[in-house]
Design a protein around this ligand. Structure first.
Ligand SMILES: *[C@@H]1O[C@H](CO)[C@@H](O)[C@H](O)[C@H]1NC(C)=O
Ligand SMILES: *[C@@H]1O[C@H](CO)[C@@H](O)[C@H](O)[C@H]1NC(C)=O
Ligand SMILES: *[C@@H]1O[C@H](CO)[C@@H](O)[C@H](O)[C@H]1NC(C)=O
Ligand SMILES: *[C@@H]1O[C@H](CO)[C@@H](O)[C@H](O)[C@H]1NC(C)=O
Ligand SMILES: *[C@@H]1O[C@H](CO)[C@@H](O)[C@H](O)[C@H]1NC(C)=O
Ligand SMILES: *[C@@H]1O[C@H](CO)[C@@H](O)[C@H](O)[C@H]1NC(C)=O
Length: 293
């Protein structure tokens, strides 16, 4: 009997035919609950859409809203080698062929003919500002020619091996793109300078290979990044932008030894890399050119 009664209370709870209640609530009660949640979720979805809409309205396709306030831009070299180590044997073509291929690919958009087609001749030594007038955007923005021939002996045009075969290799340096950066003031262009990198050989013992680097040549002259390539307005606004480059050729570097080199950007308004970001404004790499074996 007791079991039966228990069973019937359970049954009654699920569906009480007497009071017409389902799980303890009447149909209209359930209806109100459903209606409440429906309205509640529609309200939430509406809020979400409204915030998204407002956020998207404030975004400009041509300009990133959030940009790292990077005081000093990073630098990179081509070819990079394996972990910034460029090692090869002059006598063995296979050991430097990949560097040549990397440089060929990297420089092909800089072919004079392509530059003449896509970009324009700008006034050198001056920033190339293309301002928007209020809400009227001045897009797409034009870009300046950087002809491959500017790199002279490092252009790969006369010397197809970029000096690698002769043991006088070229390294190409670029400054990372930073939208809106003006890398020099008072018409002074920033330039690249390369030298020996101090490295640790033991506890509190440092060494550098300055006597082994030999003479270097920079292209363009003095290793400058001309001001006319700045400011950069972003990928979308400046579709044909060609990053300016500096090439460095090692004319008399010591062979058959590891040489640690560091290149840095010198500018009158870019602070040298801070402790927090040791890699800002400089790049270091190792060169080893074997002429034996
Ligand atoms: C650029 O010029 C080099 C040498 O003249 C050529 O081999 C290469 O195919 C050219 N690249 C493009 C994309 O036109
Ligand atoms: C780049 O090369 C093209 C074709 O040779 C030439 O017409 C143009 O004047 C050069 N641009 C610059 C800035 O030297
Ligand atoms: C970009 O280059 C293309 C040719 O490749 C040219 O038709 C176009 O006008 C250029 N755009 C700008 C903004 O210079
Ligand atoms: C390179 O630097 C030297 C010495 O500072 C200067 O006389 C020369 O005009 C510079 N060349 C260029 C192209 O800026
Ligand atoms: C090249 O460097 C060596 C020392 O590493 C030096 O003895 C030699 O005179 C240099 N040659 C030239 C042409 O500078
Ligand atoms: C390059 O030369 C070094 C010695 O100078 C030798 O040990 C190495 O095997 C050579 N590498 C190749 C790929 O020929």
């Amino acid at each position: 009997m007791a079991k039966d009664a228990e069973k019937s209370t359970w049954k009654d709870f699920i569906w009480n035919s007497r009071t017409r209640e389902f799980c303890g609530r009447t149909g209209s009660s359930w209806g109100l609950i459903l209606l409440f949640y429906l309205v509640f979720y529609i309200f939430l979805a509406g809020m979400f859409c409204l915030t998204m809409y407002v956020m998207l309205q404030t975004l400009d396709d041509y300009k990133p809203t959030w940009q790292d306030r990077l005081g000093t831009p990073g630098m990179m070299i081509r070819p990079r080698g394996k972990a910034m180590e460029i090692t090869y044997n002059t006598t063995n073509t296979e050991t430097w062929d990949m560097y040549i291929k990397t440089l060929d690919n990297f420089l092909s958009p800089y072919n004079n003919s392509l530059q003449a087609e896509k970009n324009e001749e700008c006034t050198p030594d001056k920033y190339f500002f293309q301002v928007d007038s209020g809400d009227v955007k001045n897009n797409p923005k034009r870009s300046c020619q950087f002809n491959r021939t500017i790199l002279e002996k490092c252009s790969g045009l006369d010397d197809h091996t970029y000096g690698y075969q002769a043991g006088k290799p070229c390294i190409i340096i670029k400054l990372n793109r930073v939208i809106g950066m003006l890398p020099g003031k008072d018409d002074q262009a920033p330039f690249v300078t390369c030298g020996a990198k101090r490295y640790k050989v033991g506890k509190d013992e440092w060494k550098e290979d300055s006597d082994k680097i030999g003479e270097v040549e920079y292209y363009p002259e003095n290793g400058t990044f001309n001001l006319m390539y700045y400011p950069y307005y972003g990928k979308k606004a400046q579709v044909n932008y060609s990053q300016p480059l500096v090439a460095i050729k090692f004319l008399n570097i010591t062979h058959n030894e590891d040489i640690n080199i560091e290149c840095r950007i010198i500018s009158n308004n870019i602070p040298p890399g801070t402790l927090r970001d040791k890699f800002a404004g400089k790049v270091s790499f190792k060169l080893r050119i074997n002429t034996k074996g």
